[in-house]
Design a protein around this ligand. Sequence first.
Ligand code: FES
Ligand SMILES: [Fe+2]
Length: 360
Amino acid sequence: MTGRRDGLAGRYYTDSEIFAAEMDQVFARSWVMVGHASEVAEPGMVITARVGDESVLVANDAGQLRAMFNVCQHRGHELVTSETARLDRITCPYHAWTYGLDGRLLHARGEDVGDVCVPRVRLETLAGFLFVNLSAEAAGLAATAPGVQDGLLARVPDAPRRVLSARRTHEMRANWKVVVENYNECYHCPNVHKWFTSGVVAPGSYRIASGGSVIRHGAERPGQPPAWTGAETDGNGGGAGDGYEAYFVWPVSAIQCYPGQVVNTFRWVPLAVDRTLLIREWWFDTADLTEAQSRLVSDDWENTVAEDFGIVESVQRGVASRGYTPGPLIEDPSGVCGVHSENSVRHLQDLLLASLGDAV
Ligand code: FES
Ligand SMILES: [Fe+2]
């Protein structure tokens, strides 16, 4: 047991002061995925998304993508209250101040209130996926997530042209770190995820490499080609020979490639210290799913994603218990993180503690 370090104390998952510090120290300074460029491909298209405790909108302003706080500069109402919209200009639902899609106030119902502009937010794309960062000081996305775009494009060259084909959401009664730690280790996979470890990956080959803000997961496909990798789901004909690959970008975004160039994503939204929203999305060539794709989306949800809902909620109850003392994380000293180790969980906890500094 020597050399083993314990996991985080339970209060990191239950203390609302720590949660508030995370909103400042983590979410207001990190790159967070909010969607895909195809969702705002045409002038006037707008999407909204939560970034930590903030609402942000991304608008296509005559071909230029702009991200800004979704906050009216009059008395603070959200400017756009739906997840998607098609607008020439943005009219606040409260008192009808009207802004251009660049965030500049056009009129305030005839009053002269001077120059007003909704504060912009940094926006960058990664293989077509949109990421925003609320901090002007944070390093750029390419420096934060080096190699991710190249890796994805090598695997799925048309990723920037994929479109939203399916979305499922679910609110979990668990802290976002319980959820993200669970996502980033496969120590539980052979025990919990039989469909995933027989149909999507060969568990013995599963490897997780952590570095900086990126945790990369890779595995070979199982012996039998996965059921969905026929011509029906495969963009390039064949392609079942490629394995599984996923890129998690700290703190709450993940882009996965299943065998057969099947691209799917996880976004997690911290709603409260003990509540997290999952947004699970699938990105194919067209918005309409084939029967095989539709079956894959359902099978994945029912047989893998939903298996984790009960797990993380049970862990949340456990870490809140008077009877919980954190146990040691199982770290492979060689650095190899497969289905028998939790090095990646240690990495996540180190990232968190470094972000929090002496804020808590
Ligand atoms: S809060 Fe938006 S117009 Fe008043
Ligand atoms: Fe899991």
